[in-house]
Design a protein around this ligand. Sequence first.
Ligand code: AMP
Length: 193
Amino acid sequence: MFNLIIFGPPGSGKGTQSANIAKKFGLIHLSTGELFRYEIENGTPVGNEANSYISKGQLVPDEITLRLLFKHASKHVNAPGIIFDGFPRTLNQAKLLDRMMDKKGLKIHLVIGIKVESDELVKRIKHRSRNSDRNDDTESVIYKRMEIYRQQTHPVMDYYRKQGKFETVSGMAPVETVFQRICKVIKKYKHNK
Ligand code: AMP
């Protein structure tokens, strides 16, 4: 298995890039945000509880997030690999993911952080908030999400940097160019696996 994680602030294009990577490399795309939105649309208890946090731009508590993620991840232990999009978002989630992978004899091979300058993020986010039907894509909630990303998710990158598996890619380019940059990094790591 080749397992990777994509990090990026709201507006960095990580969802789009993750979907493209999954398609090209035959990986299972697991987006915790998408899993939550599915639960919300279906009015499940998990969805209702998660929505009370998501609609305010807050992180869903680890216990709920991990239960949902592990339920889905465990279906794919025999897949060619998994791309984790939007997970982990806290240091605690990162440590628990490592523990879960370890128990199954698996590991995270590569973590990619997409970097986009703040001015560009703000521009993209304003555009996105006009065209999105997500209830957490209003301008004020997106700013809250950016703040949480800076405070809670950004530090998680150091955890992976110390493990020698963290790479950054500039997201300051059209989608296809960023995708090519990401592919180059993935190929290097897949080759050395
Ligand atoms: P995303 O689609 O990745 O932007 O996620 C949308 C929202 O879902 C986030 O703003 C959080 O409220 C929630 N969420 C997604 N992934 C996680 C996670 N790993 N931990 C906690 N909350 C999450």
